[in-house]
Ligand binder design. Structure first.
Ligand code: BMA
Length: 931
């Protein structure tokens, strides 16, 4: 326990040398807690933040919950009731302060709180802060604090009685192997299991807990919204005080953005009835304010805004970091024909921006294990492959301060769901009251973050209701009314009141404005003409561009693959490494997931059939990762290609591709691109190419025609309307007037224009290779000069391609494509096989690591050699963590150099001894390789 004078000095000598205690915070986090349960008699030491699972792990009382089927073995842990208790002491000055409050930033979830054996309050929402008045209860000297939690599993069941009708989803699918009724409690919804994660229904104290003692008033929250009003930046600041029990407190409020030389000071009087204030800082138009840009568009300058309130001896301060940017969600008719629908895209600083990104799920079942380093690694991994946006998915948690700070710093735009997912929810008054507190607090906490661009009420609940996922047989109206009650009547007014700078969508996916028009549950929730869609269809061929829809935005789409083989070593026994093992089945939470993956592998790559079960499983993992990477490459490029195209039926102008999902919660087969051990799956390496700033995108327009697009990102585009039919299009913005109209200053506009010159024109070279030779059979070069950010620059009949190049058949050849700018520098490259690898006439390539040389203790050059063209060349390491500059790549030359960036100090020799390499032909299948 620490006594800390957080804001101002703890002790002040006032007139007459009177000894006065000012604001004091007593931190009750860290060690010193005892955790007990009604199932075990042994008290164990606990930590805050923490849960009972990590307390038991730390004492060796349970093993690794992620090991094999320990999620089953430890079901009892979630069924028990757990108590956290500790002693603490405070000085008599603290105890006798006028205001003494126990602040719990996050209790998980249903809890009764006692101080010195007296119940001081209850809490039942993991997402809300609870504050308890402990004046007169806390004594100078020794005190006790006891928090009794009840089993979330049993509590969820008990709460079903609060409604006189069933509220599905009642239970997860049997494959998900989890607990029921999680929608009844305000707790991380995936903690009862999900289709990518285990059930660990935690209890504990997952956020800071402390006592605040002061005399008059304390700033509890500060939030800021940055706006542009009549070309002038304005920072609206809300300051919220805790000032209970006191009639009126007078003081001085100061708000200050030091680096902009901007401050405001005013006398203030706060009272219980009047406990918040709004102030606005106007940035003089003469002050240069550098803009915040999404990743790939510019820098992310951030500014500290410090707020202080001094009243008598109390001075409290709070700071937030802000950035200057505007955000708009544009939903305008795409043409004069109303039936063609509305656009759906984000404009940042006046520029339409294509969202390239993924979806974020909780990074661990036990939130206390998520370190800033882990967050930084995952978010930097995202930014490093040109991701500019992430959706914080609605079945997890409102993420930590550090998460949003990192997104602010990295230019990752955040689509923020509210925490409701794949379920209907209760609407009895006490539930709505919990939600009201939660949403108010969370929007206030998060809205200062520059990275957040949108709020969405839930994940997929509109679709679930409309498409009747839960097989409701009667009284649809009742559930519809509940839906509207929750997301429209309760949440919407709070979000719009709290945040005037961002839109609120009731659901994701939704049809945006059209959803509103249709009473908030649209007839066709996955319409391509409005809003966003989620696309999952495991029955279509996802290596074929024609399999996909053409929406305004795809905020989820994905296919599964297994996590990296090495990542299973901590959680599998040797015999588990087999396609048919119980554990392989146990880790799969998506119904038929392993079969689906096998079916997809069979269509594109052939199934492995090594007689050695371990080898066979490793091969299967590798093949599922190839399949996933290629499916997501095909689909992501498809969306990027459609950003500047509007079809005659109104589809097109697709302005976002967020694949499902970025990260993992355990070592298992899931949709993630980075596995739980922090190992990049092949998909993550592929994202670097398919989200590349200059993308070369070859695809089959139809069975006989190859088409190649160049897609640009990070360049300013501007909207244009065809005067004849009102058709909306985006063109590369080639004059500063467009940009100045959009809100940029002249210098910002000219800087942005530079981003276009140099990338909008150049040459594309298309080379045809026969698998049997490193020499190109044929090469063709075309020049391009783009007027929009995505254009077809090369189209050719496959038959012409074969005859021009002298290639015998599509099975014999692949294409290698490179783009160079006008000065001849390479700006992008990619490859494309004309037939699926399963039928391609690959050679038996012998891929090898020739040498490893160290550049510094973390960086190594790896020389890779081959005697034939090799596909999906995969480098891996058992125990050394790090990333390769490329992986899963095509080897088209006898030798290439790849870099390895280790996340630990390692030597070249050790690396050399541990590195493994393989390519597709190393997989033993029924079908022989035809040379
Ligand atoms: C979507 C998501 C998640 C789910 C994923 C994969 O429905 O919103 O709920 O995990 O698909 O099935």
């Amino acid at each position: 326990m620490k006594h800390s004078a957080v804001f101002a000095s703890a002790v002040i000598f006032a007139a007459g040398l009177l000894y006065v205690q000012a604001f004091v915070r007593v931190d009750l986090g860290g060690d010193g807690w005892i955790v007990t349960s009604n199932q075990t008699n042994t008290p164990v030491p606990g930590k805050v933040p923490g849960s009972m699972y990590t307390a038991l792990i730390d004492q060796g009382l349970i093993g690794d919950p992620l090991f094999r089927d320990n999620d089953d073995n430890y079901v009892w842990v979630g069924d028990a009731d757990w108590t956290y208790s500790r002693n603490f002491s405070v000085s008599s000055d603290v105890a006798s302060s006028k205001q003494v409050w126990l602040i719990c930033e996050g209790l998980d979830t249903v809890a009764t709180v006692l101080v010195n054996d007296k119940v001081v309050g209850q809490s039942e929402n993991m997402f809300a802060r609870s504050t308890f008045n402990v004046a007169g209860v806390v004594k100078g000297g020794a005190n006790t604090l006891v928090i009794h939690f009840t089993s979330a599993v049993r509590e969820a069941l008990a709460r079903t009685k609060n409604s006189d009708y069933d509220i599905p989803r009642i239970c997860p699918s049997s494959a998900e192997n989890g607990q029921c009724h999680v929608n009844q409690i305000r707790k991380e919804q995936c903690s009862f299991s999900w289709d990518w994660g285990p059930s660990f229904p935690t209890q504990g104290i997952w956020k800071p807990i402390y006592i605040d003692a002061y005399s008059n008033a304390v700033i509890r929250d500060v939030s800021a919204l940055v706006k542009k009003v009549n070309s002038q930046w304005q920072v609206d600041v809300d300051v919220y005080f805790d000032v209970d029990n006191v009639a009126e407190v007078k003081g001085q409020l100061n708000a200050n953005i030091a680096s902009l030389n901007l401050s405001l000071s005013q006398e203030l009087s706060v009272s219980p009835a009047n406990s918040s204030i709004k102030i606005s800082l106007l940035v003089p138009t003469t002050t240069h304010v550098p803009l915040w840009w999404p990743n790939g568009y510019g820098d992310q300058p951030l500014f500290d805004l410090d707020v202080a309130f001094t009243s008598g001896v109390d001075t409290t301060t709070k700071s937030v970091r802000i950035g200057f940017r505007t955000v708009e969600l544009v939903q305008d008719p795409v043409s004069n024909k109303p039936e063609q629908g509305l656009s759906f895209y984000f404009r940042i600083n006046g520029i339409p921006i294509f969202l390239k990104g993924s979806n974020w799920i909780p990074a661990d079942s036990f939130q206390e294990r998520i370190t800033v380093e882990k967050l930084r690694f995952l978010l930097e991994s995202a930014a490093n492959v040109s991701i500019n946006s992430l959706r914080v998915w609605g079945g997890g948690v409102y993420e930590s301060e550090e998460f949003y700070q990192l997104c602010d710093e990295l230019g990752i735009m955040v689509w923020q769901d509210l925490m409701f997912s794949v379920s209907l929810y209760p609407t009895y008054p006490a539930f709505l009251s919990l939600v009201t507190t939660e949403i108010t607090q969370q929007v206030r906490r998060l809205k200062s973050h520059t990275s957040i661009i949108i709020w969405a009420g839930n994940n997929e609940n509109e679709s679930a209701l409309r498409q009747n996922w839960f097989h409701i047989t009667d009284n649809y109206t009742r559930y519809y009314n509940d839906y509207v009650q929750l997301y429209v009547k309760t949440i919407k007014p709070i979000v719009t009141q709290e945040d005037s700078t961002r839109e609120y969508l009731t659901s994701s996916p939704s049809n945006g404005k059209e959803t509103e028009k249709e009473g908030y549950v649209s007839n066709d929730t996955s319409s391509e003409l409005y809003g966003d869609i989620h696309f999952y269809d495991y029955s279509v061929d996802q290596w074929k561009a024609t399999s996909f829809r053409i929406p305004r935005m795809a905020s989820e789409y994905g296919v599964q693959s297994w996590c990296n083989n090495e990542s299973l070593s901590n959680v599998f026994n040797p015999l588990d490494f087999s396609i048919t093992s119980d554990m392989v089945n146990h880790r799969q939470h998506h119904t038929n997931g392993n079969t689906e993956m096998a079916d997809e592998v069979k269509v594109h790559l052939n199934l492995p059939n090594s007689p050695d079960a371990n080898v066979n499983f490793a091969d299967f993992i590798y093949l599922t990762q190839i399949n996933q990477a290629m499916c997501m490459r095909t689909q992501s490029e498809h969306y990027r290609r459609y950003q500047a195209r509007l079809l005659a039926d109104g589809r097109g102008l697709t302005m976002g591709a967020l694949y499902w999902q970025l990260n993992d919660i355990w070592q298992a087969p899931t949709w993630a691109s980075i596995d739980y051990e922090g190992s990049w799956k092949m998909l993550h390496y592929y994202a670097r190419t398919f989200f590349n700033r200059t993308l070369i995108s070859p695809y089959l327009l139809d069975a006989d025609t190859l088409d190649v697009y160049i897609v640009l990102d990070g360049v300013p585009v501007t909207e244009v309307r065809n005067p004849a039919d009102g058709t909306l299009s985006f063109k590369l913005s080639d004059n500063s007037t467009d940009l100045i109209k959009g809100g940029l200053s002249i210098s910002e506009a000219s800087e942005k224009l530079k981003a276009i010159s140099g990338v909008s024109s150049g040459s594309l070279r298309v080379e045809t290779y026969d698998y049997s030779s490193f020499q190109a059979l044929h090469s063709e070069t075309v020049t391009y000069n783009l007027k929009t950010a995505a254009e077809s620059v090369y189209t050719k009949k496959i038959s012409d391609l074969l005859s021009d190049s002298g290639c015998a058949s599509v099975e014999n050849c692949l294409l290698y494509l490179t783009a160079t700018d006008n000065s001849g520098s390479l700006v992008s490259s990619t490859w494309y096989t004309l037939a699926y690898p399963k039928s391609s006439k690959l050679q038996q390539a012998n891929v090898k690591i020739a040498s490893v040389t160290s550049i510094d203790p973390y960086t190594f050059n790896i020389q890779v050699t081959t005697d034939a063209i090799a596909l999906f060349v995969w480098l891996s390491l058992d125990n050394i963590k790090g990333q390769f500059s490329d992986n899963g790549f095509l080897l088209l030359t006898p030798s290439v150099q790849v870099q390895f960036h280790a996340r630990q100090i390692v030597t070249a020799d050790v690396l050399m001894s541990q590195l493994k390499i393989r390519s597709l032909v190393d997989v033993k299948t029924d079908v022989p390789i035809v040379g």
